[in-house]
Design a protein around this ligand. Structure first.
Ligand code: ZN
Ligand code: ZN
Ligand code: FE
Length: 744
C-alpha cells in the first residue's frame, strides 16, 4: 500500500473544546497513524495512511468538529511518511510568539446537567461538574497551552475515577482540564441546602461564582431586594436577575424567539427583556425601567441553588462596593462584602481572571452586546486584515482595552469605570494576563485624547513605545467599521454623552466623514454652554438651562416648567449666572446632554443616579405610533435643535403628555441624522453610514434612524459583537493606530 503523511496545523478555538479527542477518534476510525497535540498556536496533527483516508480525514476535521470548536485557519502540508503504526495524543508544545485563541468560559452542558442531577451518578449534587464541552476556561487559565498545570485546577489532584475519564479518548472528559468530582475536586464551604434555606428566608447571600462574587437574594422578596439596594447604596441602577429556567423567565418577561436563543446560548449573558406588569418581581429590582436583565444558570452551582427551591428568580448582582471591580477571592469577600451580605457561600477553586456577567440585547434578530465579558472574552475578533501589535487603552467609563496582532483583535473583558485605584489595578492585571496568553508585545500604545482619563494617563506612562492619540468619536466609528469589515471612507454618526474633541470642547453629537487613517468633522450638534463640570452630568436641569438660555436668552422665565418647581431658586440662579457670564462652563455638542435637557424640561427627571438614567427614562416613556417630529435647523456644520426646544416648551405649557413629546423628540433626532447623512452623501458620494456611540443603545432611536436611513437607500452598519458604548472604542483605537503606523 502506498503511504502518505500530512501535517495539519489548525488555528482557531481548538483548545479546551474536545478537539484532540475528536482528532484521535477520527484518525482511529480511518485507520490512520500519527499524533495530535496542542501547541501555543492551536492544534498540530500528523497523520499517515492511505491517501484517500487522509483526504477524508482533512474533510472531516471541518465537517465533524466538536460543537464548541471554531476553525479559523487550516494548513495542510505533505511530508515524508515515518512508517508509524499508532495514533497518539502527545504532550503540548509551547512556542514563543504564537497566537492561540483561548476559549471563553462555557455554560454547563446538558450532559453535565444530567450527571449532577441524577441520583445514581457519582457526580450527583456536585457543584463543579464539567467536561470538554463546558466549564470554566478563561477565568482559570494562567498561561497557554491550556493544560491543567496552567490553570487554577493545578492544586487538585484527580482521583482514580476522574483520571480514568481524563485518559480515555472515548470519554466526554478526555483531557477536560478542570475535570473533578466530589472526591478530588473543589468544594463549597457549606452545603448548598443551607444557601437555599437562607435565600428562601430573605437573606442576602454572597456567592462565589465563575468570574467573581454575586450578591443574591430572592427577587420576589421586596424587603430583601430593598435591603440589598440600601446596603449597596445603589439607589436606582437595575439589578440583574437569574431565573431558574426558560419557563420562569417567561413568567415575568416578554420573550421573543431571538431573545430565547441569546439567553440559552453557551455564553449565557444577561439579556435585557421587556418586563411584564404584575409579574411579582420586586419593583426595587429596576425602578422606573420597563425592561429587566435576566440570565439563566450557567454553572452547576447555580442550577443547584434553584434545585427544589421555592423561588424561581434571584437577584444576582456583582459582589462589589459601588464602582469597584467585582470581588474574586474568599479573603477579600469576607472582608469587603461583610457589610453587604448576611452569609457567604465560598469555594476553593480560585478565580484567576475576574469576569463580570455579559449583557446583551437582541435587535433585528441579532444579539447585540452591551457589556462584553464572561462567555465572550477572550474570543478574538477576526479583522480580515493584518494589524500591528497595538495596545489600545480604551476610554474611561465602561473601559475595555484591546490588543491586536496578526489579523485579530482581542478586547478585554469589561474593566469598569476607570475612576479609582482598584479599577486601574484590574486593568493592569488583565493587561499583563492577556499579553501573556496571546503573546502580544505592543509596538505602539493608542489612547483617548482626554488628558484626564486614567486610561490616557496609563498609556502615556508606558515607557519606550510610540503613543498614538485617537479622537473619541473617530474611535467609535472605526470600531463599527472594523466589526463590520469595512474599508475606505464612510459617513460616521457618533452620538454619546462625552468625548474629548480636538478643539478641547466636549463632543458627543458628531457627524464625521472617516476612514481608519483620519476623519473630518462635517457637522455636530450646536454647542451649548454646560455649567459646573461633573455636576452637569449628574443634574439634567443644568443642560436644560443651557438649552433654554441658548434658545431664549439668559433671562427668560418659565415658571410652568418642572425645573422651576423642582430646582431651588438659588441653584437655578447660580447656574444661569454661570451660563450668562461663561464662568466655569465648557461648550458641548453632547447628544446625551440634549437627551438630559429634554428629560428635565418635560419633567422626567432633574437628578440622575447612574449614567444615562434620564435618557433611558425618556426612551422608556416615549409613546409608540407617533410619526411626527419637531423642526430643527442645519446651518453650516451646526445641527441646531433650538426650533425643537421652542416647540417642546410650548407643548409642555399646553399640557401635551410627556410620552408624546418624548416620542416626537426621538423622531426629530432620527430626522436630523437622516438629513445630515443625505447632505453628506450629496457632497461626498458616500452611501455607507456607521452608527456608533452609547446613545445608540437607545432602541427607539436606533430603530427609527435605521428605518429612515434605509428608506433613503443608505447602507447602514451597526454594532453586534462589540458594544456601541465606550466599551467598544478600544477596538477603534487599535485599527486607527495600525493605519497611522502604516502610513508612517
Ligand atoms: Zn459538560
Ligand atoms: Zn475525582
Ligand atoms: Fe463615547
Amino acid at each position: 500500500m502506498v503511504l502518505a503523511r500530512r501535517q495539519i496545523r489548525i488555528r482557531g478555538v481548538v483548545q479546551g473544546v474536545g478537539f484532540r479527542p475528536f482528532v484521535h477518534n477520527l484518525a482511529r476510525r480511518l485507520g490512520l497513524a500519527g499524533y495530535v497535540l496542542n501547541s501555543s498556536a492551536g492544534v498540530v496533527a500528523e497523520v499517515e495512511g492511505a491517501p484517500a483516508a487522509l483526504d477524508s480525514f482533512v474533510e472531516s476535521l471541518r465537517t465533524e468538529a466538536p460543537p464548541l470548536a471554531r476553525i479559523e485557519e487550516m494548513f495542510v502540508a505533505e511530508i515524508d511518511p515515518l512508517g508509524e503504526r499508532d495514533f497518539a495524543i502527545r504532550e503540548s508544545q509551547a512556542r514563543e510568539g504564537e497566537f492561540v485563541l483561548v476559549s471563553p468560559d462555557v455554560a454547563t452542558c446538558p450532559d453535565c446537567y444530567r450527571d449532577f442531577t441524577d441520583l445514581a451518578n457519582r457526580r450527583y449534587g456536585y457543584a463543579f461538574t464539567n467536561c470538554t464541552n463546558c466549564g470554566p476556561r478563561y477565568t482559570i487559565i494562567r498561561d497557554i497551552p491550556y493544560d491543567r498545570p496552567n490553570t487554577t485546577m493545578a492544586a487538585f489532584r484527580m482521583c482514580a475515577a476522574c483520571q480514568a475519564e481524563y485518559d480515555d479518548p472515548g470519554n466526554r472528559r478526555f483531557h477536560a482540564q478542570p475535570n473533578a468530582c466530589a472526591e478530588c475536586g473543589p468544594q463549597l464551604s457549606a452545603p448548598i441546602s443551607e444557601a437555599r434555606r437562607r435565600l428562601r428566608e430573605g437573606e442576602i447571600v454572597a456567592i462565589r461564582g465563575l468570574g467573581g462574587f454575586h450578591l443574591a437574594c430572592d427577587a420576589r422578596n421586596d424587603g430583601a431586594v430593598r435591603l440589598l439596594r440600601e446596603r449597596k447604596r445603589r439607589s436606582d441602577k437595575p439589578f440583574a436577575l437569574m431565573a431558574r429556567d426558560v419557563a420562569a423567565v417567561e413568567a415575568f418577561c416578554a420573550v421573543s424567539d431571538d431573545d430565547r436563543q441569546a439567553r440559552a446560548s453557551a455564553r449565557r449573558p444577561i439579556v435585557i427583556l421587556p418586563r411584564l406588569a404584575d409579574s411579582g418581581i420586586s419593583a426595587a429590582v429596576a425602578p422606573g425601567n420597563n425592561t429587566i436583565g435576566v440570565m439563566l444558570p450557567y454553572t452547576p452551582l447555580h442550577h443547584l441553588l434553584f434545585s427544589g427551591a421555592p423561588y424561581d428568580a434571584l437577584v444576582m448582582t456583582s459582589g462589589n462596593l459601588s464602582e469597584e471591580p467585582i470581588v474574586t477571592s474568599n479573603e477579600e469577600a469576607l472582608d469587603r462584602l461583610r457589610p453587604l451580605a448576611d452569609w457567604f457561600l465560598l469555594h476553593n477553586r480560585d478565580i484567576y481572571m475576574r469576569a463580570d456577567d455579559s449583557v446583551v440585547r437582541t435587535f433585528e434578530g441579532v444579539e447585540r452586546v452591551l457589556r462584553r465579558s464572561r462567555g465572550f472574552v477572550p474570543r478574538a475578533i477576526d479583522l480580515g486584515m493584518e494589524v500591528a501589535e497595538i495596545l489600545a487603552c480604551g476610554g474611561e467609563l465602561k473601559n475595555t482595552f484591546c490588543l491586536s496582532k496578526g489579523r485579530y483583535a482581542v478586547l478585554s473583558q469589561h474593566i469598569g469605570d476607570m475612576e479609582n485605584y482598584e479599577t486601574l489595578v484590574f486593568f493592569e492585571e488583565t493587561l499583563a494576563n492577556l499579553k501573556k496568553l496571546f503573546r502580544v508585545e505592543p509596538r505602539a500604545v493608542a489612547h483617548d485624547l482626554h488628558p484626564g482619563y486614567l486610561s490616557t494617563q496609563y498609556a502615556l506612562r508606558v515607557p519606550d513605545l510610540e503613543k498614538i492619540g485617537v479622537q473619541h468619536h473617530h474611535a467609535h466609528i472605526a470600531s463599527c467599521m472594523a466589526e463590520n469589515g469595512l474599508r475606505g471612507k464612510v459617513i460616521g454618526v457618533a452620538l454619546d454623552g462625552t468625548g474629548y474633541g480636538t478643539d478641547g470642547q466636549i463632543w458627543g453629537g458628531e457627524f464625521l466623514v472617516a476612514d481608519y487613517g483620519g476623519f473630518e468633522r462635517r457637522a455636530h450638534l450646536r454647542y451649548v454652554p454646560l455649567a459646573g463640570g461633573d455636576a452637569a452630568v449628574r443634574q439634567p436641569w443644568r443642560p436644560a438651562l443651557a438649552y433654554l438660555a441658548d434658545t431664549y436668552g439668559a433671562a427668560a422665565e418659565f415658571p410652568e416648567l418642572a425645573i422651576w418647581r423642582d430646582v431651588p431658586e438659588s441653584q437655578r440662579k447660580l447656574v444661569r449666572g454661570m451660563i450668562a457670564q461663561r464662568v466655569n462652563t465648557i461648550d458641548t455638542s453632547s447628544c446625551g446632554r440634549l437627551f438630559d435637557a429634554v428629560a428635565a424640561i418635560i419633567g422626567v427627571r432633574q437628578q440622575i443616579n447612574f449614567e444615562g438614567q434620564a435618557a433611558i427614562e425618556l426612551e422608556t416613556i416615549a409613546a409608540d405610533g407617533v410619526a411626527d417630529g419637531y423642526p430643527f435647523a442645519l446651518e453650516g456644520d451646526s445641527v441646531d435643535f433650538r426650533p425643537a426646544i421652542e416647540r417642546i416648551v410650548a407643548e409642555v405649557r399646553a399640557g401635551t403628555p410627556a410620552p408624546m413629546i418624548a416620542a416626537r423628540f426621538h423622531n426629530t433626532m432620527a430626522e436630523a441624522i437622516m438629513e445630515v447623512c443625505r447632505r453628506l452623501r450629496a457632497q461626498e458620494k458616500l452611501n455607507r453610514v456607521c452608527l456608533g456611540g452609547g446613545t445608540f443603545q437607545n432602541m427607539k432611536l436606533l430603530a427609527r434612524a435605521l428605518a429612515g436611513l434605509r428608506r433613503l437607500d443608505f447602507e447602514v452598519f451597526i454594532h453586534a459583537q462589540v458594544p456601541p458604548n465606550d466599551g467598544g472604542i478600544a477596538l477603534g483605537q487599535a485599527v486607527i493606530a495600525t493605519e497611522i503606523l502604516r502610513r508612517g
